[in-house]
Design a protein around this ligand. Sequence first.
Ligand code: SF4
Length: 484
Amino acid sequence: MVIHTYGHSRTYEMEALLKLFRPAEKFTFSEAEAVPAGEEYLSAGLTPEQDGTLLLTGAVRIGGETRSDTKILPGQVQNSDLDREISGLLYPLLCGLTGMRPAWGMLTGIRPVNLLRKFAARTGSVAQAMADFRDIWHVTDEKTQLAADILAVQQPILQAAPKNSVSIYLSVPFCPTRCKYCSFVSNSVSQMKKLIPDYYKCIAAEIGLVGRLTEEYGLPVDTVYIGGGTPTSIDLYQPLDWLCTNFVTGQPVREFTVEAGRPDTITRENLSYLRQFGVTRISVNPQSFQDAVLKAAGRPHTAQDAEDKFLLARDMGFDNINMDFIAGLPCDTVQGFRESIDRALRLDPESITVHCLALKKAADFYQSLPMPEPAAVSEMVAYAQETLTAAGYRPYYLYRQKNMAANLENVGYAKPGFESAYNVMMMDDSQTILGIGAGASTKVIGGQRGIERLTECKYPYDYLARFDALMQQKEEQLRALLSC
Ligand code: SF4
């Protein structure tokens, strides 16, 4: 399909809109004067009128049928308003020709709750922001309500963050083996074994640097999170010790999370380290309780292994355990997914996160295995929402990714009081996150642009090879930003 523009350059936004309807397709682009003959296209043009206004013309051609519409805009229009006008003109045409109604309407961003919060601040009322979601952005009633429910749950968590506080994220980009659907930078421990001693040295130095800076600039540490990868695929004793020394001991840290993640990495020994260093929250991630689904996904553990590791952690005193599940995995069915959620509920974890499979990265294997249809994935997600809320869990954070199955979202559900503060703070973009290690990103709130993201080194090889230069640059950048 061709994306055709003239009189403006809002191509990126048009592409994001079109991807809601054609997620797997690659598009071509044209700025010719006329719409492309004989091809399917999405077109938006802007032409000045004699009276000083602008004429916006939108047209869509799909399956041999063409629909178009126009709108008069003021002579001066900001890019963000122009994006909304173009989407507002094209979206109904796309819905009409495809018969599709995306659940999040024409919202293409990954954090709809933040947008609802922004609208509520601008209009002065959540009710008005919800009306805008439905009427201007075509978000369904269900998704509008979901975003509003999350907004309400997040408010006290955001307000409880100490002034100028930061969260610390340590990245452990290693996993025992790679799951087939993985979309993260993770490296198998066996292949990377020789790098791990150097990785310890470097993160020790980086933890020390970040520790000195938080102390020097008087930044209270609010939460600490070790993520990956699968942190428990390596020995965490020393990293836990360094993190505690620099950020946790003697500080009122409200949450200390370790993503234990893959059940095949969880042992009595590593859980005992986590207890010893005061970790308050862990994840044990089954992803599915269907053995055939786990096998197809390349996860070398069974449903029973995941349950056993959860019970081991519970037995050892962990009273805040999250479980992750994925809707839309190959070989899964609505019935199978329901059984997974029901089995999780019988285990009674404090939180359950329901992800939807990101299709792009899964392309290698979804072509050769039976994939649940988008309608089935929607049913899975709806079942999770209905069942978990009926069991007393509340949705508390949400994000969307590009190319998600059925164009849906990832949602974290938690029992009241067990919401992950790190997840909320990180999604809200209102707290500085200081990332450590390969693949970790750092964002500093404040400064001239509101949010500054520091360049990160994604791969362990690069991180180790360029470590000294990276740390010098990081210290300079952080000092400049933290001094603002
Ligand atoms: S455990 Fe997670 S990060 Fe590791 S390979 Fe599997 S999906 Fe990727």
